[in-house]
Design a protein around this ligand. Sequence first.
Ligand SMILES: C[S@@+](CC[C@H](N)C(=O)[O-])C[C@H]1O[C@@H](n2cnc3c(N)ncnc32)[C@H](O)[C@@H]1O
Length: 297
Amino acid sequence: MTSTPTAPTAPTTPGTPPPLTSADVAAWYEASDELCKLISGDSFHYGLWQQGDLDGPRPARELATRAQDRMTDFFCDLLGLEPGHHLLDVGCGHGSPALHAARQRGIEVTGCSISHAQITEATRRAAAAEMTKRVRFALGDAMDLPHDSDRFDAVWALDSFPHLHDPVQGLRETARVARPGAPILVTFYTQRAPATDAELAMCRDAFAFCPLPTHAEVLDQVRAAGLTAEQVHDLTEHIAPTGIAYERIYRENRTVVAEKFGTDFAEGMDTTLTDTLTFLTDKTGYVACLLRSSPLS
Ligand SMILES: C[S@@+](CC[C@H](N)C(=O)[O-])C[C@H]1O[C@@H](n2cnc3c(N)ncnc32)[C@H](O)[C@@H]1O
């Protein structure tokens, strides 16, 4: 996915909201952990949808998982992952993309996230899959990674950068821990049209996103971090059905949401979910960048 919208909160006063810190984002994920599992599923990143994917009677959750795994496979291909490679997963969620990549490509993965609940769940999943020798997870901030320099054969950050208040520092950190010349894949949510104050507040409250860059600003950030964009894939059209899918997942699981989180919560979701998902679909873009350290950086 994308991140799952949280329950409605008290309306934020219009105006420039204070910058989100990593601690704010961690607290948001801790509070929404159960809801994220329910709506986003095992992976939290966007799916790569194909025509007709949403047709038919299958539960939307199953269809979304298939699209998410397809996106993970696409990213594995972009990075050229091969058996024996060691991948760093920056912002690893509950560990499903890492486990999928390790299983499919025979690689080793180290994952990090600022959410304690996610690291606990990801570690549990690695153990359940009997993959702890090749797949490990630990707490770590993308803007100050706890890893040695020049260590990884590849690095990816799947849908974690919208949360970073200093994305250039996050990019520099990916470059520092990647072996010289190793590929780095980062996905960015972009701002397609100028956001209103109310939309900025929604991004912050419903998704824990920092103000989103434009497509051009993403490329500026990449250059500022001393990286070269070898490939830039605008996947906006390919992720578009996600909003419809999440709406369906919510409707199919509304009873569970009401049981777990209360009727007031579900009624709040009933009124806000469409607006938040429409904002993502209509106002934001999605770009995957394959990066490498510039030779002279
Ligand atoms: C939308 S989720 C994507 C999770 C995972 N990449 C996936 O595809 O399932 C964003 C992830 O970024 C993590 N994150 C947000 N800010 C972070 C930071 N400063 N450092 C490390 N991880 C961060 C969140 O905890 C979460 O795991």
